[in-house]
Design a protein around this ligand. Structure first.
Ligand SMILES: [Zn+2]
Length: 404
């Protein structure tokens, strides 16, 4: 695996054909991409359900070692919940509930506070599932548990382990349980900490906000600026804070690589990673959010540029959501949702069809990395299953645990 990505030789845009119009000699990927939507989406649905069953079989035992959404049991619960939203099958909902209960026990003494890698994810998803099952007592329980989470003093600020990841869980609850489930005043105190720390580290530099994680000033969605700005844009910000968020994003756009990709950290000259966690894909989603929230044209233009990088270099030799083809598919889904441009729907389909047609074969041949946790949501086939479920209704697709 010398290169990090497969060369993308798929056409930049292609129209759907009818089944009768298909070229008999076209390769299986080309045939798949040009299928009429209903036929293609039923293929995504079938693949998703099949993969989901494998994920449940491989990851769900009664004892939970890794409870997180990122690589552990909560990721399986989140995938099964997504499947439930498509099928409305009560068995899926009951299974989610059971998995989250096991995650609740496993995370009871965890010091991690975020949605993706911590206890906030367990309590927040537990509450939402309890709402769906109509179990008021359980809903109360998970909300109480959520409110008991204490952010350690030395918590970082990024999304996977830090304050931003805790705030995202608050927004998730307010969206899915009801406005003010977590009061603004509670979130405000955390936002204050995030803004104050960002301004302090930025000092009098050219970027208004800056953060460190493990002694590096990261830019990406998982540990850096893109993720923190993404979360801040869902908060009620004061006018000067809005200006700092905009200024930080403009600084990133101005200092991106000549290729259009984004450095993984401040000062890095290595233009290698095109992942959600590090590089253009995560930044694209943040810029699209900025375009939506602030209505500024330059953010949309920068997002379109970053999307081009993902099209050229985003067909990664990995399958998952965090740093794989599944995650990169969401860049085009998000561009499509915001612009309505069919070209982006085509590109999302192209990436997702690549997974459908080739991923499992490439993984079995050792040409694609199946993830250190091969069935997990963020690194493995769980992510591919989630993406296939989102392809059933692409207009509504949202990057899991990131786009609200
Ligand atoms: Zn990653």
């Amino acid at each position: 695996m010398a290169d990090r990505f497969f060369p993308n030789d798929m056409p930049r845009f292609g129209a759907e054909t009818t089944l009768e119009d298909q070229t008999p000699l076209a390769d299986s990927l080309t045939t798949l991409i040009s299928l009429p939507y209903p036929t293609l989406y039923s293929k995504f649905q079938a693949a998703a359900f099949h993969l989901k069953q494998s994920v449940v079989r491989e990851t769900w035992g009664k004892r939970v070692k890794d409870y997180t959404l990122y690589t552990g049991a909560l990721g399986t619960a989140y995938l099964v919940f997504k499947a439930y939203q498509v099928t409305k099958d009560g068995n899926d909902l009951n299974l989610c509930s059971e998995i989250v209960k096991a995650c609740d026990s496993a995370s009871a003494n965890s010091g991690r506070v975020t949605f993706i890698c911590g206890r906030a994810g367990v309590c927040a998803i537990g509450a939402v599932i309890a709402k769906h099952t109509g179990d008021e007592r359980l809903l109360d329980y998970y909300l109480r548990q959520f409110k008991e989470i204490v952010i350690p003093h030395d918590s970082p600020y990024e999304l996977l382990y830090g304050r931003a990841g805790y705030l995202w869980a608050c927004s998730f609850l307010n969206k899915h349980i009801g406005e003010h489930t977590i009061p603004t005043i509670h979130m405000r105190s955390v936002v204050d900490e995030v803004i104050t720390a960002g301004r302090q580290l930025a000092g009098n530099g050219r970027c208004p906000l800056m953060y460190e994680w493990h002694a590096k000033k990261y830019w990406g969605a998982a540990h850096g600026l893109a993720g923190i700005m993404h979360v801040l844009m869902d908060m009620e910000l004061k006018p000067d804070e809005v200006e700092d968020v905009k200024g930080t994003l403009r600084y990133m756009i101005k200092n991106r690589f000549p290729s259009g990709n984004y450095p993984s950290s401040e000062g890095s000259e290595s233009d290698r990673l095109v992942h959600w966690c590090h590089g253009a894909p995560g930044v694209t989603l943040t810029l699209l959010k900025a375009a939506e929230v602030f209505g500024d044209r330059d953010f949309l233009e920068a997002a379109v540029d970053a999307g081009e990088v993902v099209w050229k270099r985003g067909l990664l030799k990995r399958v998952g959501i965090c740093h794989g083809v599944s995650g990169n598919t969401y860049v085009f889904l998000s561009l499509y949702r915001l612009t309505g441009n069919e070209e982006y729907l085509y590109r999302a389909k192209a990436f997702a069809c690549f997974l459908l047609d080739r991923a499992q074969k490439l993984i079995s041949e050792g040409k694609m990395h199946g993830g250190d946790r091969p069935y997990s949501l963020f690194e493995g086939l769980g992510g591919m299953a989630y993406t296939c479920l989102d392809m059933i209704d692409p207009q509504m697709a949202k990057f899991p645990a990131y786009e609200l």
